[in-house]
Design a protein around this ligand. Structure first.
Ligand code: DC
Length: 231
């Protein structure tokens, strides 16, 4: 049976990464977290003094000039995949609130999107991948055989992100996390370059009231239906 591409798009903290990772493990596909790639580029820009956190701005020309020297890879780690930035494991750092606050302006830069889209297409060229992000079904793999668009309310998503961050020992306030979620939704949906939107042929999945098991069952059945349809 030929392997397919599964695009899982949705709002931040919608649980799409968990869904995509668990599906990939269940069906023996490779999982690729495209958001981690935007986060890694953001961390690079922050470390090289190309961002102004207070103003929420990026030195676009400096970052564009640096893009050819940025390599991003994934390596297997203890709890899943780890993101490597120029060979360094940055998995923990890219999840910080500082990076979360700067990632949307970085992800709005057309040259950054083009560079990462090229890398993502390369990673998926043999198919057999589950890739999650914002524009996987619309821009990166418009020909993906299965597209899922995940959503839940901003409050539900902020609560999940708050529990995740505090669980990792980060000192954050719920209100700040909610503000970050709302702000990112706004930037992600209104940017000029491949804004976050549901592909016309994507299946909408609101997981606000779903348990993890229900979610696993739903996406696995969508996968099985797709394979059946393609036979
Ligand atoms: O999924 P995440 O929260 O880790 O994504 C981080 C940011 O990267 C998010 O604010 C939007 C951006 N992003 C994007 O623009 N396109 C993607 N395919 C994936 C993420």
């Amino acid at each position: 049976m030929n392997k397919i591409i599964i695009a899982v798009d949705g709002f931040s903290s919608s649980g799409k990464s968990t869904m995509a990772r668990r599906l990939a493990a269940a069906i023996g596909y490779r999982y690729i977290d495209s958001g981690a790639m935007y986060r890694a580029v953001t961390l690079y820009a922050m470390r090289h003094g190309m961002t102004d956190a207070a103003a929420g701005t990026v030195d676009t020309s400096a970052l564009n000039a640096a893009l050819p020297g940025i390599s991003i890879d994934f390596a297997p780690g203890a709890e899943g995949q780890h993101t490597l930035l120029n060979g360094e494991d940055v998995e923990t750092e890219i999840r910080s609130l500082e990076v979360s606050n700067m990632v949307s302006p970085v992800a709005a830069i057309p040259e950054v999107r083009h560079a990462l889209t090229t890398m993502q297409r390369e990673l998926g060229k043999s198919r057999g991948v589950v890739m999650d992000g914002r524009d996987i079904g619309t821009t990166v793999f418009p020909d993906a055989e299965l597209k899922v668009f995940v959503n839940a309310s901003a409050e539900t998503r902020a609560r999940r992100r708050y529990l995740e961050l505090t669980g990792k020992g980060q000192a954050v306030e719920y209100d700040d996390v909610l503000a970050n979620v709302v702000q990112r939704d706004k930037i992600d949906t209104t940017r000029a370059e491949s804004p976050l939107r549901q592909a016309p042929d994507a299946v909408l999945l609101d997981n606000g009231n779903m348990t993890l098991e229900e979610q696993d069952a739903r996406i696995l059945s969508l996968f099985n239906d797709t394979i059946e349809r393609l036979k």
